[in-house]
Ligand binder design. Sequence first.
Ligand code: SF4
Ligand code: SF4
Length: 386
Amino acid sequence: MAVVSLLKCTTYSVDVLKAKILEGLMLIAFDPDRFDGARVALKPNLLSAVAPDSAVVTHPHFFQAVAEIVIDHGGRPVLIESPAVVSLGNAMRKAGYLPIIDKLGIEVADLDAVEKISCEDARMFTYFEISRAFFNVDIIVNIPKFKTHGLTYITAAVKNLFGAVPGMRKSQMHLRFPDKREFSEHILDLYGAFLTGFAEKKTMLHILDAVVSLQGEGPGTSGSPTETGAIIIGEDALAVDCTAVRLTGLDMNHAATLIMGFTRDFGVSSPDDIQVTGESIDDMRVHDFVPAKSTGVPVFLRWTLARKIMKNLFVEKPLPMQSACILCYQCRLICPADAISAAGKKKRVPQFDYHRCIRCFCCREICPQGAITLKRGAMQWLLMRR
Ligand code: SF4
Ligand code: SF4
């Protein structure tokens, strides 16, 4: 049985957040004195260089509250994160992290150094190269943001660990595993590597920022922030993610990292294995939380990906909008399939080759303007009726 604490919190006041997070730690019987003398990795979601009110990144005050708790209890925090396209410095500046890093004297990990980590019982991928800094800490505190995701349906504690894979290596993984299920299994392999791949097992804590979450076309700026008023804390990432899905009324069957994670030997194997302490889910239930429209390619249509015409008929395609595009070409940089080229003379937007496109939606995720919308395939109404 995994214990998760659910706290009600509708503000990003650092003092209130600290009090709530400390209460949540007590509820799951995690003594913060365990930070004393420990080197503690703090892994927020700093996907790209965007402002905190976009709800695309972990709110800086949320990060600050966790960092102050670690410091107050004698720990030495080190921030470890690797955005996909922009530099970490740029992402921290835009998201308001730099003054906090300076004020608290937090170490920022060297992102160029990587080390291999393996997953016992991997299903897709045995070895990963992650930031070496994770090997040199005693405790890992994962601080994800709760968001919808066009490919994996949700991103929370499990998916946030993907940021441990440095920079553009992440998009190459999309190319290897374009299918939602395969990609999710590979993310679970990475979670498994964190659980079993270090010489000595590390304590992991997941503190989810769901005070304001991202709904709709997440996980980038195409999604919309919405107040969900919650902090969810636990030592089991699947239990934390499951609680967030139940809280927001999303369909668990679409959350592939969750459903497939339950079949792994990682901890919980069903919602029945999770004890929620603090507030009750029913009392805090979020109504009308909007999922992302696209949830990847349906399993029964996987074979059509090899057939260009079928793919374009049955799967949504990313479509840049001239009205919002600033021609920054971050989408082109991240595209693992080399499917995006420079704007032509007629239209001031990048050109997309939909035959090459594998529908990973990394371009939507990274676009700082929310300028990439989804266009349904001409025959997609058939799928909508299923
Ligand atoms: S679509 Fe977005 S990421 Fe691509 S060039 Fe335009 S603004 Fe930049
Ligand atoms: S165009 Fe966008 S969705 Fe298609 S492969 Fe490139 S990044 Fe992925």
